[in-house]
Design a protein around this ligand. Structure first.
Ligand SMILES: Cc1ncc(COP(=O)(O)O)c(C=O)c1O
Length: 476
């Protein structure tokens, strides 16, 4: 009879994963959820086999039974913070669904359609049956076109085996961080930063080291501060120029000073995120970090098609760097996603064929972005209690509204930080913008001006009206 009980137990085990009801235990964190069988179980008798979690011996009646299973997550995923932008985006979406005319200026994507010549290339790829796997690193055609672009536009020489094409620049960056960082290595990230950099460092079991910058210095990293924070654990410095979220563009002279600091630290590599390279407003110019003396060997240059070519949904980006590092990134990719979409790669070749810096089509989009930037800078410049660093690139305005913190808004409550201010602007002004603390700077909010001028005019009016009913708590 004992034997048959054990057999019964084994049978349930194999059919239902975990059987029996564990006694309440101290590790309830890992066994914290109970489920119910939807179907009645046969009348089995259970006994512990002795080498697993002790099972209560009791008769199971053919009714719905509680079952426990392990819902614990890996420490790696637990160390990653969820995106703070999600909360405001979800709230905005819920409001729109409820019929509230919310103006959404939170997204980091151009409002333009992909230029026709690129879209046509993608459609031709499908029509011509170019729909199979490509090499993991990307097609030779695209990698050769990327090499040509990097040589002509950025003054950096690569061969196709030093290029890895991925499903978006985001994947390129994550793979680079995973490829070069060992546990406890430090990833140096100037703040304000793109939301994913610190979390990617955490995913690699590395430690993000955040270096603050200030609005009065146009959010640019001070080389002296960098020098003071470097040590033997410093492995990767991430520079994003033009920057998301500030729109700052690093002048060549400052990059040269940073390069001099980097050169003194043999372990330190640089990841240069140049995805907004073409969205830049004269007289600002873009300098690729790898083009600076002595920096080619240490630099991983990331770029992509999402922003300049309005191709966010095509998921196409790339990394360029010394073969040793790029091959390591490729190894990760080969086990994760393999090559990027064959169709997108054909579209990418067409994009790079549109002329220097994307030719006329990109120039037209950049002109529109500049008009919008000028409008917003002027409009918010007239507002009491706001500090602005004029963006030189990308399509974001990172405004310091901290003088309004500490004010009580009627019918809303206290505005105490960037998150409550953004909730207030959503509530009162029906405009969705992103709190600066998502980017490591709680004094500011980020407005994306990837929206038509008339939409921005309506948004600016709403924001102004919402703020006018408040008074800056601290005069600026
Ligand atoms: C600074 C920066 N880098 C990289 C990316 C990733 O771009 P994608 O994966 O669409 O190529 C983004 C997207 O928002 C970004 O803002």
């Amino acid at each position: 009879m004992a034997n048959s009980s054990l057999r019964s137990s084994t049978i349930i085990s194999s059919r239902h994963q975990l059987v029996g009801v564990s006694p309440p235990s101290s590790d309830s964190g890992s066994f914290s959820k109970s489920l119910s069988f939807s179907t009645p179980l046969p009348n089995f008798s259970l006994k512990s086999s002795g080498n697993t979690r002790p099972l209560q011996t009791k008769r199971i009646t053919p009714v719905v039974r509680a079952m426990e299973f392990d819902i614990s997550l890996s420490p790696r995923v637990n160390s990653v913070k969820p995106s703070k932008t999600v909360a405001i985006t979800d709230q905005a979406t819920a409001l729109v669904q409820a019929g509230v005319p919310v103006i959404r200026l939170a997204a980091g994507e151009p409002d333009f359609d992909t230029p026709t010549v690129i879209a046509e290339a993608g459609m031709s790829a499908i029509r011509e049956g170019y729909t199979r796997y490509t090499p993991n690193a990307g097609t030779l055609e695209l990698r050769s076109a990327i090499c040509k672009k990097l040589k002509e536009e950025n003054g950096i020489s690569y061969t196709p085996d030093q290029i890895l094409v991925s499903n978006g620049a985001k994947q390129s960056i994550l793979q680079a961080v995973l490829a070069v960082c060992s546990p406890a290595d430090e990833v140096i990230i100037p703040a304000p930063f793109w939301v994913s950099y610190p979390e990617m460092a955490r995913l690699a079991d590395a430690t993000p080291v955040i270096l603050p910058t200030s609005i009065s210095e146009d959010f640019l990293l001070d080389p002296k501060l960098l020098e003071s924070k470097l040590n033997e654990k410093s492995r990767l410095l991430i520079i994003c120029s033009p920057s998301n979220p500030t729109g700052s563009v690093y002048p060549r002279k400052l990059l040269e000073q940073i390069a001099q600091v980097v050169a003194r630290h043999p372990r330190l590599l640089v990841l240069s995120d140049e995805i907004y390279e073409h969205i830049i407003y004269a007289p600002a110019t873009h300098t690729s970090f790898a083009s600076l003396p002595g920096m080619w060997e240490r630099t991983l240059t990331v770029n992509g098609f999402s922003k300049a070519f309005a191709m966010t949904g095509w998921r196409l980006g790339y990394i360029a760097g010394p073969k040793h590092f790029v091959a390591a990134c490729g190894k990760i990719q080969s086990q994760a996603t393999s090559g990027a979409s064959s169709i997108s790669q054909k579209a990418g070749v067409a994009a790079l064929g549109m002329g220097y810096a994307g030719g006329e089509a990109v120039a037209t989009m950049v002109k529109a972005f500049k008009e919008r930037r000028d409008y917003l800078v002027q409009t918010f410049g007239e507002l009491e209690g706001v500090k602005i660093s004029v963006p030189r690139g990308a399509f974001y305005l990172f405004l310091d509204f901290s003088s309004y913190y500490g004010t009580e808004a009627e019918g809303f409550g206290m505005i105490k930080d960037s998150e409550s201010l953004c909730r207030y602007l959503l509530d009162k002004g029906q405009v969705a913008v992103v709190p600066g603390d998502a980017f490591g700077d709680d004094t500011c909010i980020r407005i994306s001006y990837a929206a038509s001028l008339s939409t921005l005019q309506a948004a600016a009016d709403n924001i102004k009206n919402a703020l006018i009913s408040l008074r800056p708590a601290v005069p600026v």
